[in-house]
Design a protein around this ligand. Structure first.
Ligand code: HSE
Length: 413
């Protein structure tokens, strides 16, 4: 019997309970064991809730019950969730979580404890919602040297960008819709400013490249400067604006970045819309492989959590022993050195003078026609070190013939 306590009865916690209740018979069959929901811990009251009989506000009810052998942590954050996770693992209990912040911050320590205690610490739901990606990276793709990952990892921002582009919704309305649908974080700043994607690409990169990648060192930009005009122009030019999270290995270092990008419409990620996420993984044997599905929301995320529970039930006495190297300060490449192109759109006072200047500093001769925007110029730079190109874009702000730099986004073919 697997006796479970769910810690945190928010969007994901309620989803986990719903899935276990709804599909209990088939889950038990697949697990080869009885999956028994024994407690739900939450500090809030849920009067008249059908699960009232198993609800508690006292963590010790759970930790003092020797029958509880699996903890589902769906509290989120790195505060009490960290304490409970550590306590659970140290007491020899398996832990399943959707908490990307905790995994990205304390992954090496928690995995090490799990290994020492011969228990599982599984977090399939922490990246990509319902998409299987953690286990495939650890197991199915284990034969490969993974060379790069390019991904859309945040459902909320993808939903916002899609609504802006397709339905002409303004940013605030699109965000509210995402919140109503349960996609956004409690504080949506983490979504909009790219921090959620950053933690997720850090987790994937740590698994893929076999060295802990600290999210705190990943340069991260969000989507709050993307305007409706940007979206309209991108569409007219056959581009899509997406919040991309990407990383690659160069030598013994990792390069990683989160930022909005202009993707050509033929790119594999260009048509990933709404709350969907996708992860394009490149390996030396497999070539490219893409994972696609719902990246947020109650039931998709619960699907991944319950999948981990079943995995544990099937391997109850044998931990997967996933281990990450300890934190290393210097395993991230200087992002300014990595070659990139930019899409740039400027408002001009004098088009000919601006063109001459752009030609001189960027070597650009071709300009993109922007129908309906007569006082603007757009162009794509040649490839060069990121720092050099962004420095040249800053210089545009100083010259008399350009009145404003409206857009500067990394362009990806
Ligand atoms: N806020 C996250 C997202 C939830 O929008 O992708 C899933 O991690």
């Amino acid at each position: 019997m697997v006796n479970i306590a769910v810690l945190g009865f928010g969007v994901v916690g309620t989803g986990v309970v719903e899935v276990i209740r709804k599909s209990n018979e088939s889950i038990n069959r697949k697990a080869g064991d009885n999956i028994n929901l024994k407690y739900i811990l939450d500090i809030r009251d849920f009067p008249g809730h059908p699960e009232s009989s198993i609800m508690t506000k006292k963590p010790d009810d759970i930790f003092h019950d020797p029958e509880v052998n699996l903890i589902v942590e769906t509290i989120g954050g790195t505060g009490i969730a960290y304490e409970f996770t550590k306590r659970a693992l140290l007491s020899g209990r398996h832990v399943v979580t959707s908490n990307k912040e905790l995994v990205a911050t304390h992954g090496p320590e928690l995995l090490q404890i799990a290994k020492e205690k011969n228990v599982h610490y599984l977090f399939e739901a922490s990246v990509g919602g319902g998409i299987p990606i953690i286990k495939p990276l650890y197991e199915c793709l284990a034969a490969n040297e993974i060379t790069s990952i390019m991904a859309i990892l945040n459902g909320t921002t993808n939903y916002i960008l899609t609504s802006m582009a397709k339905e002409g919704k303004d940013f605030d309305t699109a965000l509210k819709d995402a919140q109503v649908n349960g996609y956004a974080e409690a504080n949506p700043t983490a979504d909009i400013e790219g921090h959620d994607s950053c933690r997720k690409i850090a987790i994937l990169s740590s698994i893929a490249y076999g060295m802990f990648v600290d999210y705190k060192h990943i340069p991260t930009e969000g989507i709050k400067n993307i305007t409706y005009d940007d979206q309209k122009i991108a569409q007219a030019l056959n581009f899509k604006i997406k919040l991309a999270a990407y990383s690659k290995v160069l030598g013994n270092k990792v390069f990683a970045r989160v930022c909005p990008v202009m993707l050509t419409s033929s790119h594999a990620l260009a048509n990933v819309e709404d709350v969907f996420n996708a992860i394009l993984v490149s390996g030396d044997a497999i070539g490219d492989v893409m994972f696609y599905g719902r990246g947020a929301g109650k039931l998709p995320t619960a699907s991944a959590v319950v999948g981990d529970i079943i995995d544990i039930a099937k391997n109850i006495d044998r931990s997967h022993m996933y281990v990450w190297t300890e934190k290393q300060e210097d395993n991230l490449l200087n992002p300014g050195e990595v070659e990139t192109r930019y899409f740039v759109r400027v408002k001009v006072r004098n088009s000919e003078e601006a063109k001459n200047y752009i030609n001189k500093i960027f070597g650009v001769t071709e300009f993109i026609g922007l129908l309906g925007y007569q006082d603007q110029l757009a162009f794509i730079t040649n490839k060069g070190p990121d720092k050099e190109i962004s420095g040249n874009i800053d210089k545009l702000k100083e010259i008399a013939s350009v009145s404003k730099v409206l857009t500067s986004l990394r362009a990806i073919e």
